[in-house]
Design a protein. Sequence first.
Lengths: 341, 341
Amino acid sequence: MLGVSTPEMAAIISNHGGLGSLPVGGLSPEVTQQLIRKTKSLTDKPFAVNLFANNIPAYNEEDLEPMKQLLKQLATERGYQLQESDLANFHFYTYHDQIDILIQENITIVSFTFGCLDNQNIKLLKDNGCTLIGTATCLDEALILEANNIDMICLQGIEAGGHRGTFIDNMPLPKISLASLLSQVVNKVRVPVIAAGGINDAQTIQAAFNLGAMAVQVGTAFIGTAESKAIPSYKAMLDTASGNDTVLTKAFSGRWARGFRNEMMNKIEDSGIVVPPYPFQNSLTTTLRKLAQQNDDNQYTSLWAGQFAQATKFKQTKEVFAYLVEQYKSSPHHTGNAINT
Amino acid sequence: MLGVSTPEMAAIISNHGGLGSLPVGGLSPEVTQQLIRKTKSLTDKPFAVNLFANNIPAYNEEDLEPMKQLLKQLATERGYQLQESDLANFHFYTYHDQIDILIQENITIVSFTFGCLDNQNIKLLKDNGCTLIGTATCLDEALILEANNIDMICLQGIEAGGHRGTFIDNMPLPKISLASLLSQVVNKVRVPVIAAGGINDAQTIQAAFNLGAMAVQVGTAFIGTAESKAIPSYKAMLDTASGNDTVLTKAFSGRWARGFRNEMMNKIEDSGIVVPPYPFQNSLTTTLRKLAQQNDDNQYTSLWAGQFAQATKFKQTKEVFAYLVEQYKSSPHHTGNAINT
């Protein structure tokens, strides 16, 4: 959960028997290394490093102009000020810039989303002892990952908070529930499958295992923890979420993602202005989102959350994790699979 | 599954230990009675009769004109001919017209969707020994049904084929997966919950039970059977469904429903013409859909199907049912709950 997860969260999960995940998608090699080293300073256990496997599409600079104007206007309306430099001269880092760091740092588990790593880097990582976990939102994507020698597949149901991992172009966005996705995929691939999307308690964990998952991935349940970087007014929304208040939007980043509806999302969607593709829109909105976060303003930043977006009563990462594990272990049908967060 | 289910299907399921369901939503009292009597002639066991609990909204006749013109044009383009009388003088039957028949025929299980029956009819049916099953697509709807003394709640996940049962106006259409919906609702109501949406095999049945359902409802798996009224070219689509080929549309009926994309859906959606609300649009498209069905034309009729829309290899209702039950009974974690179809 880039922007929410911290080295502390990843380390605590790994220290307590799960597999913590450190998101570094799109970050510079330097920041990637800093975050990895920080996490290593907090745990001796393995943790996963999560990459974005997208390519940068060709896009005309001038096509960004209408969105730039809109964002400047939105900023002003809210009392923020965007400089021209906040909306220009972007440098886009990709996973190609980060692989050397991962190898230098002896990372043993690399997960990724938004695509499939290229053959050269798959081979390089595997030759260096890495286990690779790709993300799929439909059967065809899972088959592509398996055909590319990816070791495990994380199936992301439509319930999942944050960005859709979808990477096949020119098809309708898959909106397949986790249960249907597991049913469609598990018997069609040989590699182990990890279930993501709406996993929030012992029952959803058990259901995923019954549907053939060998592990589950949990995100939203940890957004409200003390160790999360989410701003207080975002955490507070989780405490009162109804379960029917998250929507899919491209407004913040140019990629489909699920979160709570808010003013910035509405204004961008209602403007009728074409949202530039990821990562362009993501970069255009970065400064405004940061300004909002500095002001604990949950109406002008992304508020990613899954469909079953209810907070547990626990507010420490280790407590949420222990709650999920203990609740699951004490449930009548548990099968002893792994919990990955 | 109105338009697909038959008395034969309902009777076979009830005869083999399930609870068959006879859809009569929007039908005349006479046809309702005929279908009930036909089903009774085929089984001595109880079966559910499914009603539509909607009200008829106020709507200006002249506001239907653009859609009428479009449908006439679409008909002509496809070689069909619509008469003016096909698009006018509709009579809308509601459940109010059917309750007396249900009581006369000693129906003991009445399920419904698109709303909640009114208090008077709830009392009348319950005084006559009926068990009532309502349909909910979000927690708030489930709470309304429970508050109205409905005996059981069918939770319809976003995976479900056909019409959404949603009945709270002025809120975004709930698009909650079955797993998330069960998680949200099961601990908040006291009445038993039936799970619907994407139930297609032992694993999905088991997952629903793990999530707290006391029974499951299965639709799409039976569309391809010999006893179903679905046209051959519709049944054939189920055999090759990918799982990512169903969409939600209002094009056919004015209510959101999930089915395979086809030409009529695309043309209505792309026209930009406002789709009149249910049941107006449903009546406007009835003759054209019938003409298409008579020609086994799957491009000009609704093709409802759930998200996990894969056909079993079995083509008899009793075989599909036996397959689901036997596969479930032989699965390692089964808990002995009921299967309702």
